[in-house]
Design a protein around this ligand. Structure first.
Ligand SMILES: NC(=O)c1ccc[n+]([C@@H]2O[C@H](COP(=O)([O-])OP(=O)(O)OC[C@H]3O[C@@H](n4cnc5c(N)ncnc54)[C@H](OP(=O)(O)O)[C@@H]3O)[C@@H](O)[C@H]2O)c1
Length: 351
């Protein structure tokens, strides 16, 4: 035992190599094995030591790679030379915290490395249901799942029979919103960036219809074709021109949930949004939301979604790359739509 306590191992990490301008590139990150870590929490330390099992690639991470003057003082942005952080699934190896013990499985915010010493385990959720794949806790049972649930049910307030449009519909969040909308008796159309993904939406994910936005010249006309009577709910993952076209196709008293605007994350300056006057004439509610505010609803969400997963009534498509070396390309790929479903990096199996 004493030998294990003293064990020091190499700790492979993905660090920020360069601040990002425009589209992120793999070279903006560096996979390095220069760090080492002792596999024991220091005496008197209130945090936990974990082995990371799955890491989640998320579009918001691009925003954290931007150079902000005096960024060292800006909490929450990445710093050159430091590992990236983000959501993941991990196993506790050693604990200085009374609520966590060796062997516990957790999901929440961790760092992009093999082993992490996490000072604030309060930000982690213990995994209690292990009859579902562990990778789910970085997708449908983790942050993206709760985002889809809170955004659709709490912000959009859906009613049976309503017409729902979802952009980036095959993404981690989008694919779940579509399935929740179908379970609520809505008519659902999604936009996505390839023929393969259109087929996925209409087939495995059960959308009523779907189209490839890259093949459409006039989005306003496209949406009129799919929604001749207009859209009741728009779940916006992309912003930009799509949002402008949707605004011209909304029905009265429609709701627009602004979940994200991935089309804007690589621009030096965000585009303006035209057609906002439609909000007035159409009595439309457009509301942004952040999943962080909905964390207290996590157990309510689990109660809702677990039976559907177990019965096979909700599926989740994951795109799992192997090993930390594949993490930079996994993250960069989100911005060209290379991922099909939730992009994860698999590092290790639990003991
Ligand atoms: N509000 C919150 O709390 C919260 C939480 C989680 C995520 N989000 C946001 O929700 C959105 C979806 O996240 P996610 O995790 O589900 O996505 P994801 O799985 O990371 O997938 C991103 C997808 O966006 C599409 N995309 C990339 N660039 C695009 C562009 N310029 N125009 C249109 N589509 C583009 C690509 O698919 P295609 O092949 O279809 O182009 C890509 O696969 C993002 O905006 C994210 O930032 C918000």
């Amino acid at each position: 035992m004493a030998e294990k306590e003293e064990q020091v191992v190499r700790n492979k990490q993905v660090i920020l190599n360069k601040y990002v301008e425009g589209f992120p590139k793999e070279e903006d990150m560096l996979v390095t094995s220069s760090a080492s870590i002792k596999l024991k929490v220091p005496d008197g330390y209130g945090g936990i030591l974990v082995k990371n099992l799955y890491l989640s690639c998320d579009a918001y991470q691009r925003i954290l790679m931007t150079h902000i003057p005096n960024s060292a003082a800006v909490f929450g942005f990445y710093n050159i030379g430091s590992p990236l952080f983000g959501y993941g699934v991990a196993q506790v190896l050693d604990s200085g915290h009374p609520e966590f013990k060796q062997g516990d499985l957790v999901w929440g915010v961790t760092t992009w490395e093999e082993y992490s010493l996490l000072p604030t385990p309060e930000n982690l959720v213990k995994i209690l249901h292990t009859d579902v794949p562990l990778s789910s806790y970085a997708g449908i049972l983790g942050m993206p799942g709760l985002t889809a649930y809170a955004g659709f049910y709490k912000v959009c307030n859906p009613k049976k029979g309503e017409k729902v449009f979802i952009s980036a519909a095959s993404s981690a969040v989008g694919q779940l919103v579509g399935q929740f909308a179908k379970l609520s008796g809505c008519y659902v159309v999604g936009s996505t960036g390839s023929k393969e993904k259109v087929e996925l939406l209409k087939g495995k994910l059960g959308f009523d219809d779907a189209f490839n936005y890259k093949e459409e010249q006039d989005l306003e006309a496209t949406l009129k074709r799919y929604f001749p009577q207009g859209i009741d709910i728009y779940f916006d993952n992309v912003g930009g021109k799509t949002l402008e076209a949707v605004l011209l196709n909304m029905r009265q008293f429609g709701r627009i949930a602004i979940c994200g605007m991935v089309s804007q994350y690589n621009l030096d300056e965000q585009e303006g949004v035209k057609n906002l006057m439609q909000l007035v004439s159409g009595r439309i509610r457009m509301e942004g939301f952040n999943v962080i505010d909905h964390l207290p609803k996590y157990s309510e969400y689990l109660e809702y979604v677990l039976p559907y997963i177990r019965q096979g009534k909700i599926v989740s498509v994951e795109d799992i790359a192997q090993g930390l070396d594949s993490a930079p390309s996994g993250l960069v790929g989100l911005f060209t739509g290379r991922n099909v479903g939730k992009q994860l990096i698999h590092l290790s199996e639990p003991h």
